[in-house]
Design a protein around this ligand. Structure first.
Ligand SMILES: [Zn+2]
Length: 479
């Protein structure tokens, strides 16, 4: 008689949902050497070194967040590395830092990591992370090659904060595509804003290339037309660019921005200006102050190892102490836009917006899992579809072929969700528990790098995985 395989951990009696393998039902999940070893109706207790009873809980492939914030290209008044624990506590197992800087991200992961798998992008900031205002193609090529060497997945344009001309934005896409680096765009150029006017420019900026258009919901806040009209226009554009764009949207009402004002007292960043305009506040320091005092806006502050949002006088004090260069948040995302973008499909049943992200991490709005579960409770998504938007499709976007499903040999990254609250109650990465009952218990993390970043990853002493973006949906059929 053959000896039966032994498991390191068995998650027992959960409702296992794995659409890739057509699994939805009560099963035991056996984990061995950090990989999925078996999904079976029952695994005998003597075959498990450790049994975790997850009766009544949903067991899904780990949440992969394609838009998170774990580092910053700015001098942020809060340490974005707190986002590791915050993401983990909401049930996320893998994140794309959007963006950021790979070197400071990994320093943050060493110091405050909580067990996540993380890929990192560098934010393109003129005179800071790149030398020129509208950089030449050769400057961009060098910057992108350098990012990959430092362990980054690629770059992000921060159009709502540091816009380029449309021409330079197109150069960024082309330079990144040429090196098969990740390229994400918070839309907006010197000719447009972080709204529908910015999104309308993106097909031309994309050209024949490939692009991650970040947080589609942020351009459908009703700044130009009614939110539902903007959503329809955005969805039409996504359809036309279907083979070239990848997209995500988040479900939190609160956004994240920065309250920095210039020496005349005018609000500098377009996103912050829009937040104030949306409620009729002047786009000045007085406007910011009033919006915080009224409780419309909030300021972010570190407390007890997490980042929280506070309002009123306390918020004004934080903003003033940072000489106005403080992280702020406004409830500007209309629920109708969030709902439509999360659920819209093509005729063939696939989703128009690829993934549900948090746009959180260090921003306290890591609600992707619980809001997606609310859509399931509401009947707007099936449980299978929730897993597709939270895990399977994000895994395809990021080229993580070994994640997003429970096939034998897949990475044992698991998110366990309480169906009553819709919140994650436990999660594992590579078979190790990183969160239990809403508390992060993991340390460090696994760095997801491209081939060029291998040496940088090795030098950190952290575990790492080398990812080939040829396997990413971003570069599907690219040659
Ligand atoms: Zn973001």
């Amino acid at each position: 008689m053959a000896t039966q395989q032994q498991f390191d951990t068995v998650l027992k009696n959960g409702r296992v949902v794995d659409p890739t393998n057509n699994i939805d039902g009560q099963f035991d999940l056996g984990i061995r050497h950090g990989k999925i070893a078996s999904v079976a109706e029952t695994i005998a207790p003597e075959r498990a070194d450790d049994i975790i009873d997850v009766s009544g809980q949903i067991v899904m492939p780990g949440h992969i967040d394609t838009h998170a914030h774990l580092s910053s290209p700015f001098n942020s008044n809060v340490d974005r590395a707190y986002g590791h624990a915050m993401l983990v506590e909401s049930g996320t197992t893998t994140a794309l830092d959007l963006a950021g800087d790979p070197t400071s991200m990994v320093q943050g992961m060493i110091k405050r990591g909580a067990g996540l798998n993380v890929a990192s992008l560098m934010g393109l900031v003129p005179h800071s992370t790149i030398p020129e205002d509208d950089p030449r193609p050769s400057t961009l090529r060098d910057a992108i090659a350098d990012v990959k060497k430092r362990g980054g997945y690629g770059v992000k344009m921060l159009g709502g904060y540091h816009p380029f001309t449309p021409e330079s934005s197109a150069d960024v896409v082309a330079a990144a595509n040429e090196q098969m680096a990740w390229v994400a765009f918070h839309v907006g150029t010197k000719d447009s804003g972080s709204d529908m006017t910015g999104l309308r420019e993106v097909p031309e900026i994309t050209g024949k290339g490939r692009l991650h258009v970040a947080h589609i919901n942020s351009y459908t806040r009703g700044m130009i037309d009614q939110p539902h009209e903007e959503v329809q226009e955005a969805l039409g554009m996504i359809e036309r660019m279907r083979s070239q764009w990848i997209t995500e949207a988040y479900l939190a009402q609160a956004n994240g921005t920065n309250g920095k004002c210039d020496e005349n007292g005018d609000v500098i960043y377009n996103v912050a200006q829009n937040c104030l305009k949306a409620r009729g506040y002047p786009t000045t320091d007085e406007g910011v102050k009033a919006s915080l005092m009224d409780g419309y806006g909030s300021a972010l502050i570190e407390r007890g190892g997490r980042v929280i949002a506070v309002t009123g006088k306390e918020a004004v004090d934080i903003w003033e102490a940072a000489s106005t260069d403080a992280s702020l948040s406004y409830p500007v995302n209309p629920p109708t836009s969030a709902f439509s973008l999360a659920t819209a499909k093509y005729d063939d049943g696939t989703f128009r917006v690829d993934a549900i992200s948090t746009d959180g991490g260090s921003l306290p709005r890591n609600v992707a899992i619980e809001r997606t579960m609310a859509l399931v409770a509401f009947g707007a998504l099936s449980m299978d579809e929730a897993v597709i938007k939270l895990s399977y499709t994000p895994s395809r976007l990021m080229g993580l072929l070994n994640k997003g499903h429970f096939s034998e040999g897949a990475d044992a990254d698991v998110t366990i969700v309480n169906p009553g609250t819709g919140k994650a109650s436990m999660s594992l990465v590579a078979g190790e528990m990183i969160m239990l009952n809403g508390r992060a218990i993991g340390k460090g993390g696994t760095w997801l790098v491209l081939d060029e970043g291998k040496q940088a990853a090795e030098a950190t002493g952290l575990p790492y995985q080398v990812i080939n973006l040829e396997n990413s949906k971003l570069y599907a059929n690219w040659n």
